[in-house]
Each structure stands twice: as C-alpha cells, then as structure tokens.
Design a protein around this ligand. Structure first.
Ligand code: FE2
Length: 241
C-alpha cells in the first residue's frame, strides 16, 4: 500500500514529535503492509504551520530517510505537503516553497473545518485552472460537505479527487464523519484512503485495518484501488480515472 497523507516527518507540525516517534510510526506502517509514504506536514496555514520547503524540511526528510535505511525498515518516503487553502498556492508551488504530492500534478489540499462552500469551490477551481489535480483531504470532516449531499459530486465534477481518512471509517472523528466516509466508500466515490497519521499511539499509519473495513463495505478490489492502485499512480504522475 501507498499512504499519501501522513504527518510522519519529525518536529515540523502537530504530527511526529521526534525522530524516534517517526521510526515507530514507520515500523507500524510497514507491519500493516505499507511500502511507501508521501510525507505531508501541514503547510501554508496563516499564523500557524507554514512549513515552506527549506533547510528544516530537507533536514527532517533526509535524516528520517537515512534512519529508515539504518533500521532496515522496508519503507520508501517521498516529499509532499498537506496544503492549507489560502493565498496563492500555484505561485508558492512554482517558487518551490510548497510540494505537490511526490512532485506530481496532484496536490493534497485541506480547508478550515467550517470553510464556506463558496471559498472552498473557488480555491479548487483556481487550482484546476492552473493545471493541478486537487486531492481533497478528508472531505467527510468539513461542514460544507456535511451540509450538502452533492458536495462530493461537485468537487469530482470540477476535476478534484477525494481522499478519505482511515480514522473517519473507524469512527474516530464523530458520527457525521463516520457516516459520510462510509457512504463515500459504499458508493465507490472515494479515490484514496490514507492514514492522516499523527503519531504511533492514536492516529497511526497502520493501514491493514482500513483495508479490512473497506473490503467489508465493498470489496477487496476496491480496497486495493483506494489504498494501493490509485496512490501508486500518483508516484508515477499517471492519470487516475
Ligand atoms: Fe493531515
């Protein structure tokens, strides 16, 4: 499996606190059948985590990558960001301050939980018109999705893809996120399921349980598609249909 949303880089955001936690998370991921992770620290959040690409990001990435080698953990990592929807994202990507997912045309985008639908759709439309494919992180957690049954369809029609969180499927983010995430899976409307892991304790990168839940709701084939086939296409910047 390939995890496209994971706060595993140490010390950059509210995810892994230090390199030892990152190693523990990596072991859990590998034990659960994950072979590659696109690392996605929060970024571009006004007055909070900016995390633009620079010395700190590169140092955390290379240090973690060499620890994976030293510890013989069979896991590859690729660069990325979870990009908060604000400011001129396309310019920040062109200036190499923000990473798309593994330098592909796909970018992982998040909103404030109570973002207005107008602002959210305007941002997504802008990104599509710039040639990106926005992957909407955990839509099941946003008010504008909970308030509108057609929101996932609107985003897909625009050219966006949908990433559901493992934790939502398990009920970790409340009843509404649970119901919406199960509905997105049942209707085969999700394009990806990812861990959105923040630690080795609570929100972990172990994905085997997500595979079982999705298989129970739909089929093993669909679980493979959202956890492995589609995420692997991002690594090669291939089209996802
Ligand atoms: Fe996240």
């Amino acid at each position: 499996m390939v995890d496209i949303h994971c706060h595993i880089l140490p010390g950059l955001d509210d995810g892994s606190d230090n390199i030892e936690e990152s190693v523990r998370m990596a072991r859990l991921a590998a034990d659960g059948g994950t072979t590659a992770i696109i690392v996605t620290p929060h970024s571009n959040i006004p007055d909070s985590f900016q995390n633009y690409c620079g010395e700190q990001y590169i140092e955390a990435f290379t240090r973690f990558e060499s620890r994976l080698r030293d510890e013989n953990i069979p896991l590859r990592i690729y660069p990325g960001h979870e990009i908060f929807a604000s400011g001129d994202i396309a310019s920040l990507i062109k200036e190499r301050k923000l990473f798309t997912l593994c330098n592909s045309d796909y970018l992982l985008i998040e909103f404030a939980f109570r973002e207005s639908p107008e602002t959210a759709y305007r941002k997504l439309r802008e990104l599509v018109s710039e040639g990106f494919v926005p992957v909407v992180a955990h839509p099941e957690r946003y008010a504008f999705v909970a308030d509108d049954d057609y929101a996932p369809l609107r985003m897909k029609d625009m050219g966006c893809l949908i990433q559901v969180n493992k934790g939502s499927l398990k009920g970790s983010f409340g009843r509404s996120a649970y119901m919406i995430s199960h509905s997105l899976i049942r209707h085969r409307f999700a394009d990806f399921v990812a861990s959105d892991a923040h630690s080795p304790y609570m929100r972990t990168p172990y994905l085997a349980d997500a595979h079982s839940i999705i298989t129970d709701i739909t089929s093993a084939d669909y679980a493979d598609r959202v956890l492995n086939v589609n995420p692997s296409k991002i690594l090669k910047n291939e089209k996802i249909i």
